[in-house]
Structure formats: structure tokens, C-alpha cells
Ligand binder design. Sequence first.
Ligand SMILES: [Ca+2]
Ligand SMILES: [Ca+2]
Length: 210
Amino acid sequence: MLVLSSGIVSAETQTLDDPENDVIRIQGTPPSGTLTEHISDQPNVDIIQVSCVIEGSKLTLKLEVASDGTIIQTDSAYYYYAVANTSDHSIYYIMIAYGEGAIAMGAGPGGTPSVPGVQISENSMQAQFDLLADSTIVNVAGYTSYKVSDSDVYQDFAPDRNNNQTSGNNNNNNNTNNNNNQPAAKTPGFEAIAVIAAIGVAFILLKRRK
Ligand SMILES: [Ca+2]
Ligand SMILES: [Ca+2]
């Protein structure tokens, strides 16, 4: 007997919760700069959740900031980024940068998905992509920043291990293991920054083509 499985709709959700009031502020430049943790008065860049849902042939990615925060699209001092990686080595992301509004894009071995619209509510941004291939969610991540000036920047990472500038000893995770010698704790931070930089360039190119 032939069993047809193509009609089965699969659903998968991955939700990453991030602590509230964990924005960090970096002033000056190392080694003379200062780092302040647990900032509570920057709800606009305080991530509380990044989530991804795959349902059938669609992938929905969402980033949410604190309930008393607002996603700022038109002020170039604000930057928002949410990303999902899938098992087929594709990347899907939403970005708000340069005061140019929100954009959602992706790329992978299967090509690039069509560019979906981004829905912005008061404190969240989300987009629904056409999946490039049958795949599962590997991970999700988010990054936000508010740049007062080049030497005064508020930012939040989700998960927090993507932030390689905090001590790791003084956060809310209460890890009993405070071993800072684990290279894995630092590497993703650099990778995240590199990805953000590369995507920033892509974003500029895209805008110029318009
Ligand atoms: Ca947060
Ligand atoms: Ca965080």
C-alpha cells in the first residue's frame, strides 16, 4: 500500500526567552571604556523573546521587546535584528537599521526566499517566509542596539551568550559554573557581529537598488 505523506502538515516552534532589564551600556572604548549591566530604562531595545514557528511551508520569525517598549523604525540610532537558522543551512532574518524601516530576507543552499513584509506592532516585529526547503529550526537569536553616539551604545543580546563583553559572573543566569575559560562562550559573539556586519552591507546594497 502506498502511503502519501506529503499532505501532512508539520509544525515546530522554538522560543527563546530573554530576561527583562538586562540591557547593557558600553561607553568609551576598551580598555578605558565602561560597561554597565542590567539597564532597566531602555525598554525599546530590551528583548524579551525571539521565536520561530515552522508550519507547513511557512516559517514565521518574531522578535519582541519589553511590553512598555516600542520598536523604533525611523530613527537611525536604533537597530533590531532577529534571525533563525534552519537544518538545511538557510538563514532567515528581520532587520531594522539606518532608520530605513524593516526588512526581512534570507538565504541558503536552496536560494533566497521571496522578501516578505514585516509586521510591526507596538513592541514586536515579525515576518512570515516561504521555506526554502523541508527543514527544522536549529536556533534563533536576536540583537538590538540604541546608539547615543559612537562611544555610548545600549544593546541587548538573545541569547546572552552572544554577548562577549559581559563578565558572565554577574548576570541573572545564576550559573554555578563561572568558568570563563570556555572558548565556546566567546566565539558566537564574534560570529554574530560578523554576520550582522555582512548583513548590514547587504542591506545597504539592497536599498541602493531600489
Ligand atoms: Ca532583554
Ligand atoms: Ca539579553
